[in-house]
Design a binder for this molecule. Sequence first.
Ligand code: SF4
Length: 327
Amino acid sequence: MRKRIIYGPILSRRLGRSLGIDVIKNSDTKKNCNFDCVYCQLGHADNNITGPEDVKGAVRTEEVIEDISSYHKNIDHLDYITFSGTCEPTLNLRLGEMIKGIKEISEHPVCVITNSSLVERDDVRSNIAEADFVVATLVSGYEDTFRAINRPVDGIRLENIINGLKAIMDMEKRPKLGIEIMLVDSTTNYPVNCTDREIDRLLEVLKTIGPDEIEILTVSRPPAEEYIIPVSDTRLKEIAFRFDEEFGRGRVKLVLKGLKRNRSSMKHENIEEEVYDLILRRPCTFKQICASLGVDSVELEPIIEKLMLSESVIEIGNVEERYYKTS
Ligand code: SF4
């Protein structure tokens, strides 16, 4: 099944209802990223991209504008238009131009979700400065833990990322900056970032960056590595308390699993493609697909059945929580 540039709407605890844009359409790979995070919901990278100059299948600005101008009219309410999906969006150096183009035809705020890998680059910072909101990942203040959890391609260094994030805060025209801290635990001795030592260091580093928001969350979908597990709610709350003390409650968001959202209401042009597009970017449970796309179970069941029969989609997870993902 072909991969479309626009997908969703996606419902998330962070951004509400947002329409997603994928800016790399290389169909040979499941994800187009310069990281291979242990917690990635898209599984392992087949082929890591070393940088923007190495990207195959970069989407053009005109393609995004054309698709978005027809697609977003079909949705009754949207909180954001979001660049994320199966790729790291800052790898496409036309990102700034795309955001400007969207703002000419739409009033919806634009968000970029980035793994922060390229924020040391001036051109990348200028691109994301066009957005209203940038959510940037930072998992650790230690180089070795960062490398163990995010598994970046060669040449990406934590120190440069931290300097790049500081530079965003110093820009004259800048987006709101949220730092996303994905906390992970492990069933083995694998390096994790939920220990006191890690949290102390993250607090120190974040004080030097001074972001507008800090979001603390843990793994909620099946991760790339089996030995990675979510941090317990109790520990998450303890950690959030430490961040609250330092930055004030208004700036710290603790994302716990299970927040329910209202259903989306949208007109569907090809519901089968929309279901496939959604789970290509984010493995979902049956209920999550219904809620995101505003379809009921009677309508969704035969679609899932057909996708599974054609082996485009497989089931993962356990009996309590079964996810659908693309094969
Ligand atoms: S979680 Fe995001 S940054 Fe990490 S490998 Fe997956 S797509 Fe890339």
